[in-house]
Structure formats: C-alpha cells, structure tokens
Design a protein around this ligand. Sequence first.
Ligand SMILES: Cc1cc2nc3c(=O)[nH]c(=O)nc-3n(C[C@H](O)[C@H](O)[C@H](O)COP(=O)(O)O)c2cc1C
Ligand code: SF4
Length: 658
Amino acid sequence: MYPTLLSPLRLGPVTLRNRVVLSGMTTGFGFRDGAPDEDAIAYFAARSDGPGLVVVGFGAVAPEGRVEERIPWLWRPDAAEALAPLAAAIRARGAVAGLQLGHGGRQASPQLTGLRPVAPSPVPPHAHVRETPHALTAPEIQDVVAAYARAARAGARAGFEVLEVHAGHGYLIGQFLSPDANLRDDGYGGADPARRARFGAEVIAAVRAAAPDACVTVRMNGADHVPGGLTVEDAVSVAPRFEAAGAHGLVVSGGVYGSVPYSIPLLDDPEGIFLEAAARVRRAVRIPVVGVGRIVRPEAAEEALRRGDCDAVALGRALIADPEWVEKAAAGRADAIRPCIATVQGCAGMLQHGEAVSCAVNPEVGRERRPRVAPARRPDRVVVVGAGPAGMEAACRAAELGHRAVLLERSEALGGALRLAARTPVLGHLGRLVGWFERRLGAAGVQVRVAAEADGRALAALEPDLVVVATGARTAPPVLDGYELLPAWTLEDLLEGGASTLGTTGPLARPVVLGAGQRGLALATWLARGGASVTVVADGRPGADTSGLAARALLARLEAAGARIMRGRPARIASDGVLVRAGDGERLVLADGVVIAEPLHPVAVDGLDAMTADVARVGDAGGPRDIASAIAEAREVVEAHTQARAGPPRAGRHGHRR
Ligand SMILES: Cc1cc2nc3c(=O)[nH]c(=O)nc-3n(C[C@H](O)[C@H](O)[C@H](O)COP(=O)(O)O)c2cc1C
Ligand code: SF4
C-alpha cells in the first residue's frame, strides 16, 4: 500500500518516517499572547501519530507581521519556553516537529496589529487589507532579517527540528519576490528575479546561522496567480538561489490574498492543483520538494510522488477533517478517510472572522481534550428519519455507540441535500462525502431502509427509544403572481429531472434563478456552462449561506460561465420573464423559465406528537442551516441521549471552551 508515500525521506539533517507532512495551518484557537495552551497541544498531538512531519502554522517573527491573532509570537523573549511543550507533544507521537517563521508584510492587518504594515514598496495587497504599507529602508530590512534569526533561535530551542521560512502566499518575502509588490530599484528589487530573491536568501542564510542544527525549509509560491505576480518561470529561477542560501527543502504552494485560485483551493479546484509548478521547481534544484494543494486521496499522493512531481506531500484540510488519514491509508482503509469538502466553512472561513477553526465534516476538531463518549451500557433503538448529512451522522454515531440504529429514507438513494448539490459540477465533490457516509453506515451496522415512508404510526411500530428527525428541507416557492404564465421548477425538481409547473421539461435557453445561496449559484453556473443565458436574482448578499471565501469562488465561477446577478426581490412572473423590484422601480428580466432555489422549508413528519419516545430534530428539519451545524447537532443529540441513559456525568469531565 502506497510504498513511496509511506517510505522515509531524508530532509537535510532530519529523516521523516514517511512522506506525509501536516501543512502549516493557523488554528484560530489555542494560543494566548503567542503561547500555546492545552487545546493547541491536544489538537496537534491528535494529528501527530501519522505524518512524518507536523508543521505548526504561521509563527510571527515581529509584532507588525502578525496575520492572525492566535498564533505563535516568536519575538517574545520567552518564546522558546512557551513553545517547548507543543514541540514535545508532536515529537512524542513520533512526528518531526516543524514551525513556520512568517512576516505578513503588507498582508498584515493594522486592525489586528495596531501597527502600520511594512513591505518592499508602498503598494497595498490585492485583498483584505486596504492600507498602503511603509516601504522598508535598507537598514529596516536588516532589522527584519535579524528578527527571523531570533525567531529561528527560539524555535530551535523550543525543540522544533524543522524551521519553515514562509516565502509564499503573498507574505513579506513573497512580496519581495513578486514584481507587482516589489517596485524597488535598489539591490532588493528590479526586473531580475535574482535581485528580488535577495531578501529571502538573506533570511534563509540568517536562519541557518542562528539554528545550525535545524532543518530549514522554505515555503514558496510556484505562482501568485494574480496579474503582475510571481510566475512559475520566476519561481524556477528563484528556487536555486534559496537552495544556495542554505535551504534543505522547499514547499511549493501558490496564490496570495485575493488570487484565483487561492492558496487554499476551493470547491471544484482540481486535486493537486499546484503540483505542476512543484514539478518544475523540483527539476531546478537538488533538495527535496514538498507538494501541497488539495491533495486528498492517498492514491493521488502516491501518484504525485511516483511521477516525480515532488518528494513529499503536505496535507492541510485532509488532516483537519481526518487526523487518522495516514493510519487509514497504511492499513489499506483509504475508503474510510473522512473527506474534506473544500468549502472552508469551518476552517479558513472561521479564521476569516477571527474565530477558531472547526470542520464542517468533523465536529471533533478543536475539541480534542473532550473525553470520548463511552458506548451505551444498554443499547437503545434509535430510529433516524431522513438520510441527508444530519440523518446519516446521527445513525452512524448511534450505531458506533452501541445502539440499534435504523435509518429510514423516503427516496431510493441516500445523501439528501448533499446528493442533490453534488449534481451540479461545482459541488460535485460532495458526492465523495455521501459515499463515505454510505460506507460508514455499513461498517457501523446501521439498518438502512430506502423508499420508506415514515409517519408517527410507522415509527411507533419500530418501538424506538429515540427518534431523530432529519428530514431536511425543500424549496418552498415564494408567493408570486404569474406562475401560470411561465414554466417554473424548484431546484430539487429541476435537478431530479421533474416537469415544470406547466408540465414542460427543459432545457431552458434563458432561465432566471431565484435565490443566490450556494445552491442557486452552483445551479446557475451549471446551467450557464451548458450554454444558457442565466440571470440569478439575489435578494441579499450572494453566497451568504457559505464561507466568504467559498462565496467568492462561486461568484468567480458564475462570472466565468457568463451568468449575471441581479440584486432585488422577485415581484411577479410575466409571460416573458420575471419582474424584479430593485430600488424604487421594477425591472423585467427576460426569461423562458424560472428555477426557484429558495427559501427552504423544513419537511415535517406527521403524527409525531403522539410518540412516547424522545424526539429530536436535527439539520434542516429544524430550520435551514449549514452542513457543519447539521452534522454537529446530529452527533450531539445522539451523544447526549447516550450520556443521559448512562446516568449523571462523572466528576472531572471537561470540554474546552473557545
Ligand atoms: C484553516 C487554515 C489555516 C491555514 N494557515 C496557514 C498558515 O498558517 N501557513 C501557511 O503557510 N498556510 C496556511 N494554510 C494553507 C495550508 O497550509 C495549505 O497550503 C492549503 O490549505 C492547501 O492545502 P490543502 O488543500 O491540503 O488544505 C492554511 C489553510 C487552512 C485551511
Ligand atoms: S471545514 Fe470544510 S474545508 Fe475545512 S477541513 Fe473541514 S471539510 Fe475541509
């Protein structure tokens, strides 16, 4: 199984037990004034049993270089002592401990730092931060180099064996590398990439000198993916200079704030999106190169290594979603790996709002210190109605805790809202999560019944102790005049191949989509890619029901497909289109059909009032919510039921509060 992936790798002075790296990722929790606490230690420890190298994300070398609040502050005089328990916890699990050394430069927000950002030149970044940065003078550049050296010393003293200099993602060293950010005409800038690489090379040399026993790697971009940014040709010419400056290895990533693709690939961005650039950089150097970017399946990782794209793979969200990724791969159980769905609703989406990282598909993220719920002492019969994400999670969890779980689904197939969303290619990867749930249901021994109608009487006949209602929600067409004039479908009906209100079927040449949540946007993109001229009517902020980053990505795809957005509220359907109220007036959007994507209304189960069993509603059945909340509350309901049956919680139990 995956012989290359699981083989050791020599990286300068260290040897990794396998070629999987936990990519440096900020947690948004677990750090106070730059020092890790028990929560951070537990989070990293939980992810250190498998990978060869575990990298703690962005540690700031200077106060003005912070890009998030809860990160290592490496300028602290006691940084080594503060970080030592974290390095020790990672190493205790058999992984090599790594730490990123970073400076945000112009991408560091003054709202966060209270300080003016600095950069090679006074040019603001592409997104998120508006301030024009202060251009560093030559002596100030030397101060920053010295700050990297001090941080390296602290990191090495703390016990980190790998120090990863952050020269990518549009942060300070990356800004020096990028023609659009570096307009200097001194020895640190100019048309020649070698001159723009000088600052990075000086930092690498200083880090090597400050921590002579450490392995020094460099995270750099294969390309910035913004106009005027670093190109792959630049990266190929810069990489050997970083090698010459003393780097033991390179991590080749991509993107900056505001780029498409972004450093954190989204939605249907392809697996291994930055590997081509990694392969080109690898051919230019003799040191190992680590590939990163939406690498999710062990087979894909193994193939990348065999092809020679890279010498190791860094996994970010795959290891947030499933900390046992490596162990499952090694055991030949890749099918059991919980798949990340790349909408960053829990992880980077939370960070964007200054909140703790969580995970849409794994409610345990950030709660690693919470004691596991013990299996039920006496198995109950748990009946779950509806096989969307919430229902499947509830049924799996119930069976895994020892209950006799029955899952009833009205349609012929499992997946609910996930399966439907996966029919639009932009969200097609959601199908992987459905497949994972199906396998988990089988492994847990859940009794699954499809094409099963459930009402109070049918449920009572199953003699349940707990009924979990996870029937989801369906589009409820808004009250509008004119439905008799133009064919209309709900999103569900259209995706399921149903007929319109007037009995017609598609395809539509000029549809209007009512509703600009992620479902509406994904559907509109799909229709537009099929050649239709599509207008989406947005009554509110488009993509408001997903993370800001995923919304941006959805809108970029919609625009690329040629669809339009119109802000306003649908007022009436006419024979040739939909009248939309925007501002003071009404405008006609010409259309040959209407697809209604919102609002959603919960699907009810009849006859529940008479039930004597405990009844809990989870997911959209309790009102529309995101998948993260749906899965989390499904798990919570089943665990709470199990604990309640086990008696009062024992003293000394604690979860952590973030
Ligand atoms: C929540 C989150 C935090 C991240 N923080 C960092 C960071 O501190 N430093 C960094 O270099 N990259 C950071 N990244 C990017 C990841 O390291 C990785 O390069 C990116 O997510 C692509 O890999 P993936 O598709 O396997 O997640 C972060 C990504 C996520 C999702
Ligand atoms: S929140 Fe979403 S994108 Fe982030 S790790 Fe979890 S599944 Fe992946």
